[in-house]
Design a protein around this ligand. Structure first.
Ligand code: NDP
Length: 248
């Protein structure tokens, strides 16, 4: 088993949902956690909760779309805690709509955050991990990175991209740099993700879905991330496909 006590983790999108829960779980397992997002007041609350539980956390204001913001955040974390051992590339959004509605601003935003944002953080942490000859990168894909759903075409495209990139990254940096890469593919998780849906029909559809099954909680995903991070050093849990029992 890998002991992650004292290891340094960066979690993007840590201000709510899966990211916030994962930061708390990593801190409870002994990691020092850089919690990154744009809403710093929410991050301050997570930091207080972590420190109240005896953990250590650093608030990092970060827009993953802006490479300079990402690089500054990574520098701040290394400056504070000295290394980066675990990265959870989690920031993302999912505004659903039919393609013929041409909500191109939302398409571009998903590509910018879900794909380019993840590439920005990966690029910012890799030099440090290569220098350390160790690290673990978690990339947040989705069940939508394995199959396609109506209304989620662009979101599915971004999450398929994350899955493809994760696989390639794992093959390139595993043996060469001793860096593990895990692609996470959750089903429905109860978070703020659905609040960004501007199409009333799809918003209703997601509300209905919540009445048909017990959604996962962010903590459930945080637990699987800690499990993979604590796997013995020679083990790479390459994929985590985690679903509500009732989800088809
Ligand atoms: P939330 O909406 O609760 O969390 C999204 C997080 O992303 C927030 O912390 C938000 O922080 C952050 N974020 C958004 N844009 C940016 C940005 N430009 N820069 C930095 N951070 C940003 O939703 P979830 O917790 O559900 O989503 C987390 C990830 O999990 C996403 O990638 C999502 O696609 C994925 N996922 C979610 C599922 C679900 O059912 N909920 C299922 C499968 C995957 P802030 O606004 O403060 O910047």
């Amino acid at each position: 088993m890998t002991n992650i006590t004292g290891k340094v983790a960066l979690v993007t999108g840590a201000s709510s949902g899966i990211g916030a829960a994962t930061a708390l779980k990593l801190a409870a397992a002994g990691a020092k956690v850089g919690i990154a997002a744009r809403r710093t007041e929410k991050l301050e609350r997570i930091r207080s909760e972590i420190t109240a539980n005896g953990g250590e956390a650093l608030v990092i204001e970060m827009d993953v779309v802006d490479p300079a913001s990402v690089e500054a955040g990574v520098e701040k974390l290394i400056g504070a805690f000295g290394s980066i051992d675990i990265v959870v590339n989690n920031a993302g959004l999912m505004p659903l709509s039919d393609i013929d509605q041409l909500k191109t601003d939302e398409w571009h935003r998903m590509v910018d955050v879900n794909i380019k944002g993840l590439l920005n953080t990966t690029a910012a942490v890799l030099p440090q991990m290569i220098k350390q000859h160790s690290g673990h990168i978690f990339n947040m894909s989705s069940i939508a990175g394995r199959k396609v759903f109506k209304g989620l075409s662009v979101y599915c495209a971004t999450k398929h991209a994350v899955a493809a990139f994760s696989d390639g990254l794992r093959m390139e940096v595993g043996q060469k740099h001793n860096i593990r890469v895990t692609c996470i593919q959750p089903g429905a998780v109860a978070t703020e993700l659905y609040d960004h849906i501007t199409d009333p029909g799809y918003r209703q559809q997601m509300d209905d879905l919540a009445t048909q099954m017990t959604f996962l909680q962010g903590e459930d995903i945080g637990d699987t991330i800690v499990f993979a991070a604590q796997a013995p050093a020679h083990v790479n849990v390459a994929e985590l496909f985690v679903l509500p029992v009732e989800q088809g």
